[in-house]
Design a protein around this ligand. Sequence first.
Ligand code: PLP
Length: 384
Amino acid sequence: MNSFQARNQFSPAMSPIKQIEILASKIPGSISLAQGIPSFETPVVIKNEIIKATNSSKVSKYSLNYGLPELRMLISDDLKKNNMCYNWEKEIIVTCGAAQGIAATLLAIITSNKNEVIVPCPSYASYPRMINLAKGKVIFSKMQKNWNLDIEDIKNKINNRTSAIILANPNNPTGNIFKKEELKELANIAIENNIYIILDEVYKDFTYKDEEFYSLAQESRYKNNIIRVFSFSKAYAMTGWRVGYINSNEKIIKNIIGAHDALITCAPVVSQYGAMAALKYGKEDQLKFKEILNKRRIDTFKYLKGISLFDDVVIPDAGYFFFPRVSKEKNVDSFVLKLLKNKKIALVPGSAFGPGGEDRIRICFGQEQNLINKALNIINNSCL
Ligand SMILES: Cc1ncc(COP(=O)(O)O)c(C=O)c1O
């Protein structure tokens, strides 16, 4: 536990997001805009392929620990379409969601003398816990006020014990997409210092700007330093199936496969068939999800702007979260707990995402719009 985790009101043992969901599950009629779960069902085209695979006895046995070859070939082809060149056999591991991919990576790369991991924050609440699990030390680096990276601060925090920098791009909870220039600067720093960047791109399919999404994994010169993580959870409404993958160079993947194997042997085979169907037939549904999310983003933004409790309400460029400041409330952790207990609305306090967002709150717009409006209406009309 670090001093930041010790200060906030949730147990440091588990992400506050999950703690809030557990509390909310015990309150009948509560509305959760807490965890990042899209309201959508897994597309029928994916479910049908899963049923077919199940009925033709393809899912009863382990796959290779790297994952089904057919799936890795499809992943490699899909990466190629996005200008990323990764060998299906040696440079891809199918994981149990992004979460397990990141955990396996950290377990593999953190050693007793290379144990520090820099976490630019605010960022995904589980990273520090995963680093702790791998016996690493969390080194927070606060982002700038516009949520861009503070490159100077990151540079100052690198030393000979630094193993990696972990970054979600697009970012959760801020909804910011990092600029190509700052990402390249970060990659050059990683090369100079011989450290990794764990690049978590689980929200890359939900960007609302016209610009094409840029990944450092598109450039071969960064390949030795980038461990890219992706997941089917968000992109194809498959959070329950627990399937994702990591791609990196052969040597790094060889190192990570041992930890992956020790943890889970292989990703659930039934879900790997779901992932194959997603890559083959899921694009149309994904685009529909994006259109719906974009509408929710715009409608929720208009609504949030009118709620005096919130200020600095910024429309996110990606993902499905707002991260406004909570005016007048000195302790957002207590406010969130009161909101849940008294008004049955679950949100996430900014403190969950590391230093820099303590006066903020995360609101997920993955839920149906009527539920979002209902929850915001209650918040707007309540004095706690
Ligand atoms: C940034 C980020 N990375 C990883 C994950 C975990 O995703 P998965 O369901 O693939 O484990 C989440 C889930 O909310 C996330 O927000």
